[in-house]
Design a protein around this ligand. Sequence first.
Ligand code: AMP
Length: 483
Amino acid sequence: MSEFRHQNWAAGLIANNLTDLFIERTKAQSLFATCDDGRNITYNEFWSIAGRMASTLTSAGAKPGDRIAVQVEKSIEALALFWACVRAGFIFLPLNTAYTPTEISYFLQDAEAFAFIVDKPVVTSTAHFTIDDLSKGRDDFTNADTTWNDIAAILYTSGTTGRSKGAMLTHANLASNALALIDTWKFTSNDVLLHALPVYHTHGLFVGMNTVLFSGASLIFHRKFSPEAVMRDLPHATTFMGVPTFYTRLMPLVTQGNTKHMRLFISGSAPLLAETHREFETRTGHAILERYGMTETSMIASNPYDGKRRAGTVGFPLLYVEVRTEHGGIEVRGPNVFQGYWRNLEKTQEDKRDSGFFITGDLGHFDDEGYLVITGRAKDLIITGGFNVYPKEIEDVIDAMPGVTESAVIGLPHKDFGEAVTAVVATNQTLDELAMINQLKTRLAAFKVPKRILFVADLPRNAMAKVQKAELRKTHAGLYLTQ
Ligand code: AMP
């Protein structure tokens, strides 16, 4: 690799292909993954699977830079396919297993995919292969020469606020972030990560897989998250990564006794409620380490490994990563920041400043001890009667009220106010809407107080535990219009 754009992190790393850096750090015969389908896969076997897949795709005519779209259930082969792409210089394009054929056809066309990898044959005009077909190639594949700035993957953003965009991540983005994470979280070859996250998203795919590969650690690989299965295998693990929902589901099962041997529990992808953090610590003695990142930037900040892990904060900027808050908005610069949105220069220019800082769209500030606190999303802003309302502020007040599990505050169309502040509250009790509104009036300026509070058993969430506010806005769009 010749182009060292970020000398400080890449200094001394010499490789013709990103894979070399990983292979160098791992022992061929050592265990890479124990799978819940009963297989044990060594590092050597893992690289061979990737090699066979790279040869099959190359024989089928794929060239460096071609996009390989993938919609498959979680498996070791799905992980290996990413490395097949890296080895051959293709661009890996993972797609959520929940996407419908209509959504898939948008991605295949938008990305002009060379091939579409599936579990079972499908009807599509794009050449497609089943993941089994791919494993039949020769495994003596010679890696392509790549550069740090080549695109390794395009990850379409989860699109909770608008049309999904393809974030182009380079080899440098992924390598620098993996190095920063193993340094921060102190991963070594003695670690065993229990992996229960999906692998079409940056969390399970890059954070989970690359910290392990880069440190020569191993995985206990679960195809789906199941609290019982996690508890069954936890005695053999040293570390665990989850979205906040994983922790709330594990809560009734964890004790000091069954987690004593664990080195680290990590949470991210959505806010971990301070209450969950505290309850987990009370039950187990472990303070969950919360970190913050996004598809476009990989990981940005993390609570410290040594030192206080503060509930409700996401800690300090990672190694090589600069974070600043401009007018309350979080901006990020460093070798982790993506190259841009696929064929969308306009959106790239809108979100990336000339100085290289990427505007995350998250709002936040550094607290008195320098920990980064996320206070909401800029796009979440509600404008009601000309006043700006930041939902997170109201959610924090509501969440502290008795009987409330959690809340989501949204703006709904209203003919006088433009948008009316509305709270959707998850509870397993019967709560009094009017009494709550009256109580909120004593705590919040009148324009911030929800006009209505709707009660539900659970808030709608996607697989990464993010509350689907767009869905709530859609469901309740007519609430004030019919009155
Ligand atoms: P995604 O691109 O799907 O990974 O989503 C990234 C977004 O998830 C970020 O911009 C944040 O809004 C949110 N996010 C990720 N980690 C955290 C966290 N620890 N606390 C709060 N929000 C988070």
